[in-house]
Design a protein around this ligand. Structure first.
Ligand code: F6R
Ligand code: ZN
Length: 187
């Protein structure tokens, strides 16, 4: 792939689109199998319309070594089994840092290194830093769409199986929701 030439990107009026724009990924509830603690509630949500949980709009910069791709994630507000809607979460197989910038709404950036979980509150204007080797998941803890920009090395890669196998150390639930197990964080 030849290197990308210098260019700039504009946000759309709602911050959810980019111009120019690359691929758009849509994650529905059925794409999140095994991630919510309440599997029955997850299955009911899939049967009941299989809602879109989040979208990821990418810049035209490809995920190849030395390039620096960007994307905007929009997580819609919702709860399944009392757990806030969230991204799948992943680790970068080639451990490299990543930067998130909050754009709209209220979210959390959950980080897990296999032993320790950290929670960063994300608001518009918050820069969240993901150190190399920390798995990361984003969660909408508000009532509006939560939106953020991600900037990451094109060679980092994405490992989703690690999170399925190890979890993320914490789960995010509304304070009034029934609690199960230990290590929950509430909002
Ligand atoms: C890229 C990155 C984000 C996420 C996006 C969707 O390294 O961290 O762009 O890819 O927020 O989350 P996942 O990839 O976990 O489905
Ligand atoms: Zn990442």
């Amino acid at each position: 792939t030849p290197p990308i030439q210098p260019f700039s990107i504009s946000f759309g009026a709602d911050n959810a689109t980019l111009e120019p724009q690359g691929q758009v990924l849509t994650r529905r509830m059925s794409d999140l199998e095994g991630l919510f603690a309440d599997g029955d509630a997850w299955a009911r949500a899939v049967a009941d319309g299989d809602p879109v949980v989040y979208t990821v709009v990418s810049s035209p910069v490809p995920e190849v070594p030395r390039e620096l791709p960007q994307s905007i994630t929009t997580i819609y507000p919702g709860e399944t089994g009392g757990e806030f809607w969230m991204t799948k979460g992943h680790q970068h197989p080639d451990p490299q840092g990543e930067i998130y910038l909050g754009l709209d709404g209220h979210g959390g950036l959950l980080l897990f290194d296999g032993e320790r979980a950290e929670w960063l509150e994300m608001r518009p204007g918050t820069i969240g830093y993901i150190p190399p080797s920390w798995a990361h998941r984003s969660i909408n803890v508000g009532d509006e769409p939560y939106r953020f920009l991600a900037v990451y090395p094109g060679s980092a890669g994405h490992d989703y199986g690690w999170v399925v196998a190890h979890g993320m150390g914490l789960r995010a639930r509304r304070a009034s929701a029934p609690r199960t197990g230990n290590g929950d964080t509430t909002h």
